[in-house]
Write a protein that binds this ligand. Sequence first.
Ligand code: TEU
Ligand code: CA
Length: 609
Amino acid sequence: MLNKNSKIKDLLKTPIGKDVVDKVLLQMNKSSVWIENPLILNLKLKHLNRFIKDEGFVDALINLANQDKIFPTQEGGMLVKTWWKEIVFYQIYPKSFKDSNGDGKGDLQGILSKLDYIESMGFGGIWLSPIFKSPMKDNGYDISDYYAINPEMGTMDDLKQLIEACHQRGLKIILDLVVNHTSDQHPWFMEALNNPTSDKRDYYFFRDKDKTNNWVSFFYESAWKYFEAQDISALHLFASEQFDLNWDNQQVRDEVVRIINFYADLGIDGYRLDVINYISKNPGLPEGNPWVGELIGFTGIEHYFYGPHLHDYLQEINERAFKPNQLFSIGETPGIGIETSKMLSADYRHELDLIFNFDHLENPGKVRFDQYFYDLEYYKKYMIKWQKSLSNHDWMSLFFENHDNPRMISKVSDQAHFYPAIGKLIGVLLLTLKGTPFIYQGQEAGFINQFFLEEELRDVESINKLKQSDLETVNAGTRDQSRAVMKWNHEGGFTEGVPWIKSQHPEVVSIEEQLLDPHSILCFYKTLIELRNNNHDLIYSPVEFEFEYRHKYFGYRRGDYFIEMNLTSEPIRFEPVKNKGIKLLSNYLGDQEYLRPYEAIIYRKEQIL
Ligand code: TEU
Ligand code: CA
């Protein structure tokens, strides 16, 4: 057990300690060499207070570190082959995907009408962002009835039809499980708020007005909402219409099991679990540390991002619902690092199958709303670290985009002539490294960011953010970038009516037109996906990095394949790698002696007949 007299080096011997130190260094933009200094390694934890000027931080750190006693094992085990390691997922944000009835909002029949397209691209499964009944304050991540489909999106029959149509095509389908919180319109919450003696009261976190804490919500306001009529405050880590469920209550966990079983009975193949690492809060909801708040932005996070019962609760729902239904599970886990991700997803832990880690989405020291260009060399370092750490027990998810993040091409560059190369290079990274790729709608067609005027913003997060920042800042990070509706054909093709949000950037070529152009980003993705689908080397073979320390360059082998790329806008000239094999695919036409800006090439060993 760690205590205040333990040293930094003892802290680093715990999974969470190592990950927290990594995260802090990353956010401070300091290299890990900094921590390898013996003077620092031998520093007692209590002395950290001198730098941080806060007693609470060290206590919180010690508590966290004492949660997991041992590191996840790297030893033994067999790499188990299974469908979710082999397919490429396609993420659909239903409201922005395809509208079938002209109301300007995407729906389930719209998705059904595009299944042929999804299948023809080679995707093996779809993940739908929430489709359940919701007042849509956070576009469905605020659920008011887990057993009803949002009428704007369709009916339960439409969902059944969709599941069947997916399965007929051999596509898997997973749904979003949002059970860290519910909408304020959920009957549980309404009853809890209005009837203090109801058993629902303990489903949430209620406090007297003067007994709340300093936690800050992810949407830039206090995490407490005060209800005047009832004279009580309730905890919400997200919008003020999304209240956190109290997972310490057994009835809440029983409800979650019921929900999981309900859609499993309808035939779905798994779930993506929204902010699932936030479900266990430190008892008593202690004050958040101001220094952590300043560094990470969200005061209080150390008390719930890896809470005391997280493992217990995940093991419980796994045992009671995921395992019996043979469901696949991927947890969205903001703030989780390498070691803790294994504690949550290694096969012998029986918690989740996979997690989404986010540390690669911004460069060190940056946050989503910073205006800067993303340096892909950081991704290389991140990836080398993660890929080398994967044992037979672990697997990882691969992604650059989702409904919460701006488009990756625009993050890398504002030089339009590089867009096709960058879009394709991103595809090569996602489809040739080891892990399960998740491609977000429109990414396969090279969708980019655009400028949103104030009245064009739709997202609650952006609208709140604009109260404290200028429009340029909001534009750099707004989630609306990824929610701009799909551009199916030259005219748009998303809706017959007026779309609820802007369409994709006018200069982006539509999906239909790209399908006809063999050199398009879309056709490149299609080829890449086909290559991965048909070659298990690109799925299961170990990744062997070459010239790891060569600046700007990224090269690795996967069985018979060799992949190399230039991660920058400057050409790279150097002694070529030997035995690359035969060039199979590239994001440039013709050959050159050097690697062109953002050039990515896949080679395969010559087949000896
Ligand atoms: O996101 C959780 C999350 O922490 C972020 O990605 C979030 O959108 C952003 O960082 C806020 O600062 C999930 C969902 O993906 C997101 O769409 C929801 O709004 C959120 O949970 C609440 O359900
Ligand atoms: Ca519609």
